[in-house]
Ligand binder design. Structure first.
Ligand SMILES: [Zn+2]
Length: 422
């Protein structure tokens, strides 16, 4: 159905509760009417009807909750999420990566994610993924894409194809990405897991970072910076970057220190933080599983488990301090990166509750706040009349237990019910 077609098909959905995604308490007794890709009414179930002569489908989900479709603020659809190292994935052919990305995008959608912000894929894969989904060639969430992350020569994700150095180089690269269709600019402010990069060291100079942020903003694009250590956070904030990803408070020797002035700068800048907690736990679980199946762990595996556990502990501590200081968190899974499989976004929201958010606050980090942080707050993350009919129905009450999000009853995208394998 093209957006211009006026459809005569109406769907009325009702359930015990509606949680609108803003953080307001759930309401009971209401229902939602969908038509023509949009939410056309939210009102007491008894008062809602479709016009005469329309085709009305009524779905009563009983003891379930109607929610806005989830907004995952951080995905890497080209990756398998099975523990394969990024450098191995980055060495694969584009057409294979695109096929995997399409498969993953479907898995995300079936798990209730109707909007995803893609934080970087190789060459044209991210752009093609978005285009293919928009053309209806494959099912997936609404994609907000960076295309490729900007990185220094040999920096984190260099294999994606956007290495750029010096103020002229990075300015050109931002313009190139905008020309190709990037919705936002992802910056690798420090190294990461990429073998030729160092997560503890900043990559760009402040001067380069400032040019990237300014140039992106001049084109009306938001910026998000991967910051695996402290100087990267500092550079990103000084440059005016809009979102800090990972936000690891470690210095160049790997020593954890909660830097109070930096945290205050973060709060004052109103920068969003996407702490990506579960991807660390997923890595620990994966290595432990290898050890369990083999019967023993190598020294390196044990060391990696120990350091990841220590790092997760300090990350939890810093995130809970940041929350208390009023820093705004969003849930972005970073999946299927590392060993974090697709379709498990709920685990990141659960991880945020361990760092101090209530269930309702954690839901908001994956709904209205996530949408606002990626500049689609008027389209996604909240149930309201006139918005796209992106709706998730789950059994039970996720404000009482986030694990209710696993019990997906139905997903609607643009008011159409998605057929899922059972
Ligand atoms: Zn990432």
């Amino acid at each position: 159905m093209s957006p211009q077609t006026i459809s005569n098909d109406y769907t009325l959905i009702k359930a015990a509760r509606i949680f609108d995604g803003t953080g307001s308490a759930s309401t009971s007794g209401n229902a939602i009417l969908l038509n023509n890709r949009k939410i056309v009414a939210i009102a007491p179930a008894g008062e809602l009807t479709a016009p005469n002569h329309s085709n009305l489908t009524v779905k009563d989900y009983g003891d379930s909750t109607i929610l806005p479709g989830l907004v995952d603020g951080h995905t890497h659809m080209m990756a398998p999420g099975d523990g394969t190292h990024g450098d191995i994935t980055g060495n694969e052919q584009d057409d294979v990566l695109l096929m995997r990305a399409l498969q993953n995008a479907r898995t995300f959608l079936h798990a209730g994610v109707t909007t995803a912000r893609e934080n970087g894929a190789k060459n044209k894969v991210g752009f093609s993924l978005k285009e293919g989904i928009q053309m209806g060639l494959s099912e997936g969430p609404e994609m907000v894409i960076s295309g490729r992350p900007i990185t220094i020569t040999g920096g984190h994700f260099w294999y994606c194809g956007s290495e750029a150095d010096g103020v002229d180089g990075v300015r050109t690269e931002v313009r190139k990405l905008v020309k190709e269709g990037a919705d936002f600019i992802k910056i690798m402010a420090t190294g990461g897991s990429t073998w030729s990069s160092d997560p503890l060291k900043p990559s760009y100079t402040l001067e380069e970072m400032t040019v990237i942020a300014d140039e992106a903003h001049r084109f009306g694009r938001l910026t998000a910076a991967h910051c695996a250590s402290m100087q990267g956070i500092k550079n990103a904030l000084d440059a005016g970057v809009d979102m800090i990803i990972h936000c690891v408070f470690e210095d160049e020797t790997g020593m954890y220190e909660f830097n109070e002035p930096l945290a205050e700068q973060l709060a004052a800048a109103k920068a969003w933080v996407n702490p990506t907690l579960h991807v660390v736990q997923a890595g620990i679980d994966h290595t432990e599983r290898i050890g369990y199946n083999r019967g023993w762990l190598t020294k390196e595996e044990q060391a990696s488990i120990d350091s990841s556990k220590a790092s997760l502990e300090t990350r939890n501590e810093s995130v809970s301090k940041l929350i208390k200081m009023g820093v705004r968190m969003i849930a972005g899974s970073d999946s299927p990166w590392g060993a974090y499989p697709p379709g498990e976004f709920v685990k990141e929201m659960v991880a945020l509750t361990k760092a101090g958010l209530s269930n309702t606050e954690a839901l908001v980090t994956g709904m209205s706040h996530a949408a606002e942080s990626i500049a689609v707050g008027d389209q996604a993350g909240t149930l309201a009349v006139g918005r796209p009919g992106d709706v998730l129905v789950v059994g039970g009450d996720p404000t009482a237990d986030l694990n209710a999000l696993w019990d997906v009853k139905d997903v609607y995208k643009s008011s159409l019910r998605i057929e899922r394998p059972v």
